[in-house]
Every structure is written in structure tokens, then in C-alpha cells.
Design a protein. Structure first.
Length: 429
């Protein structure tokens, strides 16, 4: 009997704690559901049918937000993935015949202003689609890139101005338009102020403490051996031109794992200053690689940097490079967990659908960021890391871009449709 009373007290305590814990969880989960219901849902203000099996990239003119460019592959058959039949059709990327660029005016959703085709270039998988499209800082030029070439177009007439054979995994332009950065196994910088004579400048060091090389020096066996086990797929400049970031797969000798990693260079001193490895899947085996990294981006106000992969994203506060927000999507029977400033935990309740993350972009003033998932785009407040709007429309969304004035957000995905959303009022709140 002496042991019975403490045992009963223990059982009672466990029951009380269990009831209390369930009550806390119930009210928290209910509050989360109500919070999700309170998020306004926006509908597209315009839709453009590119008539391709997917949208490879979108761009908005920096001087006229009514002009939107989209790019997709040219296939042997006419493709109407989201036409009258509204059927998503299977296709083989190796069957495409190049890339087709369409420039739209938001006031005419039926007919593009320009239609440009580029059949050039194939990558090492045999794909020949255009990977990216962007407007020049003045809006006078369109620049498209595929596996082996850069093509400069006149944005008004559609005339092809010049073609440059610069094989790379990815490429981007500095904010002032003077530099081109190309990435494959290393990061090369080029002077493009004179398009008639693109000049090689420097190759950034692949390791901490390494020295920048000339393009000629980068042909050495030593540099080849240092970079052979890495491949960059993403690249971005900070808006002030002080930093450049590149992301892709890196081989780790100790673990034998190919890992998604982001590297940051100081452009003034041409030095590698940060290495940011992405979290590994728990079941990843040595020698195995799954390309999860989707995008990297600096906020236009240079206060934040983000890296996103299929299962989560991280936002760093600059210039200290402290983690501001880390979001990890878990399995369908577990909650999604948010860590803000490594202290506050925010969650989304059990049973809500899990969707792969695809893209992240900051608004021009840095107050909001948009995250593209498979069928939705969610807008978040950068300061509070809370959702402020939900954009629904389309399938397999993988690209989002803001206009220069922050009033428009453009999305694209695997259904071959470009959608425009008016978000200016949200940005003013």
C-alpha cells in the first residue's frame, strides 16, 4: 500500500499532463487553421498561354512592367497543355527543337507582341531549350541563354543583335550591366560593356584563401583537379554588386556525398567568404546525389539572402549572415516546422498537405518574399515571417518574379501558362 499511493499520483500526473498537452496542441492547431483561413487568396489578373510543355523562365521589363517575356521549348508537335482541353501532356525534353521566346503586353493576353525562336545549343543531356531570359537594365535588350550560347535581341523589334558561344551551366548579369558571370565547374567574370568584344576578366577561387586566376591560368591541370567535382547550377549578384553567390553540387571527400552547396564571394577582393551547405536528406547514401536546390537570391535592399530546395529554404540576415528564418518541410504525417531567429518556433498543423518548394524571390523593397510550391505561391512578410497572401492557379509552379515597382508578380510552371498577379496593395501594407 505504501507504493500504491505514489504510483497512483504518478498515473494521475501523467493523465493531467497528457490532457493539458492535448488541449494546448488542439488550440494551437485550431489557431493555425484559422490563421490559414484568414490569409487572403488572390486570383490572376491576366493569363498568357505560351503553348509550350513548360515555362522555362519569365522576365518583366524594368522600364515598362506591361511587357513580360516568357520562354519555353519548341517541340515537334503543337503543344496546348492548358488550352481548351486543359490536359497536362507528357513530353520528352530531348524531343525539343530549341527555345521559343514570347514577349507579351499585359493588356493583350491573346497575341504576343514578339515571338522569337532560337534552335541553337544542346547541353550534355541532349536538351536544347533556352534556360533563361532577362531584360537589360535599360529594357532595350533581351538576353537569352541556353547550354552553349548567349543571344542578345532588340527588345523592340525582335532582331537578333549578336550570339556569343560561352558554354556554362548558368549565367547572370551584374546590376550595372557591365559584368557577365558564367558558372559551370567554376565562376568566370566577363566584361560586356562592349558587346562587340566581350573580354574575360577573372576566375573566382573555388576554396577559402584561394587566389583569383586569369581565364588562361584556369586552364591548368591544378585548377581542373580542384573544380572537377563541383558543378554550379545557380548564380546571383547582390544589387550593390559587392557579392556574388553560386549554388550547385559539391563532392565531399570525407562522406563521399555530392551535396547541394552555396558559395559567396566578395567581388571587390575576389575572395570566397562563405560556404553554405544545404541540409542533407536523411536517407542519402554515399555516391548518391539528388538535385534538390532550386534557387538562390539576394533581396534588392541587400538585407537578406535566400537559398531554397525542394524540402525547405533558409533566409540569412546580411551583412552578418545570421540565419533569419529556416523552413523545413517534413513528411505528410508530421508538422512543417519554422525556426525564426533560432528561437521562436512556428508550425503548420498535422494533416495539411506537403508541397515541394520550387522558387523564392524578394519584392523590390525587401518587405515581402514569394515562395512557389507545386500549385500555389505564398507571399510572406520578411520581417515577421508570416504569410500575408495566397496565390492559387496553375500546376507545378516553379518560377516567380516581381516587377521593378513591386506591383506585379509573375508565375510560370509546367502547365505552359504565364500568370500575372496584382500585389501592389499588399506591398503597401
Amino acid at each position: 500500500m505504501q507504493f500504491k499511493k505514489p504510483f497512483l499520483l504518478f498515473i494521475a500526473s501523467v493523465i493531467i499532463l497528457g490532457i493539458l498537452g492535448f488541449s494546448i496542441w488542439y488550440w494551437w492547431n485550431t489557431d493555425q487553421k484559422l490563421a490559414q483561413q484568414r490569409i487572403p487568396e488572390l486570383t490572376p489578373s491576366a493569363e498568357f498561354n505560351h503553348r509550350s510543355p513548360q515555362i522555362g523562365d519569365v522576365a518583366i521589363s524594368p522600364v515598362n512592367s506591361d511587357l513580360i517575356a516568357s520562354v519555353g521549348p519548341i517541340t515537334s508537335d503543337t503543344f496546348t497543355s492548358n488550352g481548351e482541353d486543359n490536359v497536362l501532356k507528357a513530353w520528352d525534353p530531348r524531343d525539343n527543337k530549341g527555345g521559343i521566346i514570347k514577349v507579351w503586353n499585359r493588356n493583350n493576353t491573346k497575341t504576343p507582341v514578339l515571338t522569337l525562336t532560337d534552335p541553337r545549343g544542346k547541353d550534355d543531356r541532349g536538351f536544347s531549350m533556352i534556360d533563361s531570359i532577362t531584360f537589360s537594365a535599360t529594357g532595350e535588350r533581351l538576353i537569352s541563354r541556353n547550354a552553349s550560347t548567349l543571344v542578345f535581341w532588340d527588345a523592340a523589334s525582335g532582331a537578333k543583335i549578336d550570339v556569343f558561344d560561352i558554354p556554362s551551366g548558368t549565367a547572370t548579369f551584374s546590376p550595372n550591366g557591365h559584368l557577365l558571370a558564367t558558372a559551370s565547374n567554376d565562376i568566370k567574370l566577363w566584361d560586356i560593356r562592349n558587346l562587340k568584344e566581350i573580354k574575360p576578366i577573372v576566375v573566382l577561387p573555388p576554396k577559402m584563401g584561394g587566389q583569383p586566376l586569369s581565364h588562361e591560368e584556369a586552364r591548368s591541370a591544378r585548377h581542373h583537379n580542384e573544380t572537377i567535382h563541383q558543378r554550379y547550377e545557380l548564380i546571383d549578384f547582390s544589387s550593390d554588386g559587392k557579392w556574388i553567390a553560386a549554388g550547385g553540387r559539391m563532392y565531399e571527400k570525407d562522406s563521399g556525398i555530392l551535396r547541394d552547396t552555396v558559395k559567396i564571394w566578395d567581388l571587390e577582393h575576389k575572395q570566397l567568404i562563405k560556404i553554405l551547405p544545404r541540409p542533407l536528406p536523411k536517407d542519402l547514401q554515399p555516391g548518391e546525389y539528388r538535385p534538390y536546390i532550386r534557387s538562390i537570391s539576394f533581396s534588392p535592399n541587400n538585407r537578406f539572402f535566400a537559398s531554397i530546395d525542394a524540402y525547405g529554404y533558409t533566409i540569412w540576415a546580411l551583412p552578418e549572415w545570421h540565419i533569419r528564418c529556416d523552413v523545413r518541410a517534413q513528411t505528410a504525417d508530421e508538422p512543417i516546422s519554422f525556426s525564426v531567429d533560432d528561437r521562436t518556433q512556428i508550425g503548420i498543423g498535422v494533416g495539411q498537405p506537403i508541397q515541394f518548394f520550387e522558387d523564392l524571390v524578394f519584392s523590390p523593397d525587401g518587405k515581402m518574399y514569394a515562395v512557389a510550391e507545386s500549385e500555389t505561391v505564398t507571399l510572406y512578410s520578411t520581417e515577421s515571417v508570416t504569410p500575408i497572401a495566397l496565390l492559387k492557379g496553375g500546376r507545378f509552379l516553379n518560377i516567380v518574379k516581381f516587377s521593378q515597382d513591386g506591383s506585379i508578380l509573375v508565375s510560370g510552371g509546367m502547365d505552359g501558362t504565364v500568370r500575372l498577379w496584382g500585389v501592389g496593395e499588399l506591398n503597401e501594407k
